[in-house]
Design a binder for this molecule. Structure first.
Ligand code: C5P
Length: 421
């Protein structure tokens, strides 16, 4: 299988409505150049300038290069601005992407707290779901590494914002260290990448995607269960990535301690039977079903009511087979639905993964192995080998689960495109 990158020749910025938020950091002086680069690529650019930002870059320069008025206060002084209404909601609805560069400690705090005290904050709050937000913090290195700034960055990241860490180099303080904003060209490339992964560019846009994730728990008695080491990280990463590409994602999650990815509908279940019942409700309506859960193969035949006593030297636990959720979907899916699964095997279990692909009637299976260090359950990285239903194989290197999810979705997108032709 060849994994094509999203059309590299396409100018993803053409006609895109981009808002650039500029805060009060010295790097603000570079933003007019970024505006020019974006305009050259055919983007429509509007600028939201914070009070601090206006100390470092002139409104006139930004209005001139963007050919648009610059937005600052939610309630503009009518006579000088020549407007008679506030646009604090319409700009968030208008934008295809929001770039905040440079982002100061103060604005990171305002945004993470949900304040709405200037146009940039209002745009951030009213941006439509699924639209990329790229935040480029730039400040003194100590300030950047402070607990408060890191906490606010972490909050914004869990809300789905892409935080692009500052670079090392000369700082306005005269010191050398981490804190520099990347150059306008690099900001442009990051924005292009984010737009590639999102919205109308993806064949997954608007598709109904159901993903199972995490372990299941099979009750032995009222206080004990059979389960496995699955953390749900892979399935959650896929859900996050699919939502970013504009899919309508439902995540059927076993018992895990992970936050719900932004824009994803999550249904919590405990046992395989519950996961199966929840999944069945989507079998007819979904476009794509991804089984990333480590569903328990067996469950105790008759869970004990109450707490089992340890009064016997030996007990026998009768187990019965659980429904194979993915196989049930795969074997009954229509020609326009796709089924994708995982096969957690030993390091050499490629053949077994292939067998599962065929037996469950899948379009793609991701083979991985379990070493508790680099791949499989519980860890933050994975090493996937993708096997297509036509036998094509793509070996991926060790990647973070987020990156592996991106590669898996790239491969699924190719299947969607094939279906269209
Ligand atoms: O357990 P097995 O290796 O067969 O799992 C392969 C794939 O099938 C995985 O994608 C898993 O999520 C799915 N599966 C399932 N229901 C089961 C067992 C596995 O959906 N009962």
């Amino acid at each position: 299988m060849t994994i094509l990158q999203s059309n590299p020749g396409a100018n993803v910025l053409k006609g895109k409505k981009i808002i650039i938020g500029i805060c009060g950091g010295i790097a603000a002086y570079k933003i007019p150049q970024l505006v020019r680069l974006l305009k050259k690529r055919g983007a429509i650019v509007r600028v939201a300038l914070t009070e601090g930002g206006a100390h470092f870059v002139s409104e006139l320069a930004l209005a001139t290069v963007s050919e648009e008025r610059v937005y600052r206060k939610i309630f503009p002084p009518m006579e000088s601005e020549g407007v008679d209404f506030t646009r604090h909601i319409s700009l968030g609805e208008w934008a295809d992407a929001l770039v905040i560069a440079p982002a100061t400690a103060n604005t990171l705090a305002r945004l993470s707290a949900g304040l709405c005290d200037d146009m940039l904050a209002a745009i951030f709050l009213t941006l439509r779901p699924g639209k990329p937000v790229l935040i480029f913090p730039a400040m003194d290195g100590q300030m950047f590494l402070s607990h408060s700034v890191q906490r606010n960055i972490a909050t914004l990241a869990t809300q789905g914002c892409s935080i692009i860490n500052p670079e090392s180099g000369e700082l306005a303080s005269g010191l050398c260290g981490v804190g520099r904003m990347p150059e306008p060209e690099a900001i442009l490339r990051a924005l292009e990448e984010a737009l590639h992964e999102t919205g109308e560019c993806s064949p997954l846009y608007g598709k109904k995607v159901v993903i199972t994730a995490g372990p299941t728990r099979e009750k032995i008695d009222d206080v004990r269960f059979i389960s496995n080491y699955s953390s749900g990280k892979m399935g959650f990463a896929i859900a996050r990535a699919a939502a970013k590409r504009g899919a309508i994602v439902t995540l059927l999650a076993g018992p895990v301690h992970l936050p719900t990815p932004p824009g994803v509908e999550r249904l919590d279940v405990e046992s395989a039977a519950e996961m199966n019942a929840a999944a069945e409700g989507f079998f007819n309506s979904c476009d794509l079903f991804i089984g990333a859960a480590a569903v328990s193969d067996y469950r105790p035949a008759t869970p004990y009511e109450g707490k089992m006593k340890k009064d016997k030297e030996e007990i026998e636990l009768a187990l019965v087979k659980n429904p194979d959720i993915l196989a049930r979907f795969g074997l009954q899916k229509s020609a326009c639905q796709l089924a994708v699964g995982f096969a957690l095997e030993t390091r050499t279990g490629l053949e077994s993964a292939r067998k599962k692909l065929t037996e469950k009637n899948l379009d793609l299976i991701a083979f991985n192995f379990f070493d508790r260090k680099t791949s499989g359950f519980d860890v933050d990285t994975n090493i996937l080998t993708l096997i297509g239903s036509n036998g094509e194989i793509t070996e991926l290197p060790q990647l973070t689960k987020d990156a592996a999810a991106g590669k898996l979705l790239d491969a699924i997108e190719q299947l969607c495109l094939k279906d269209r032709h």
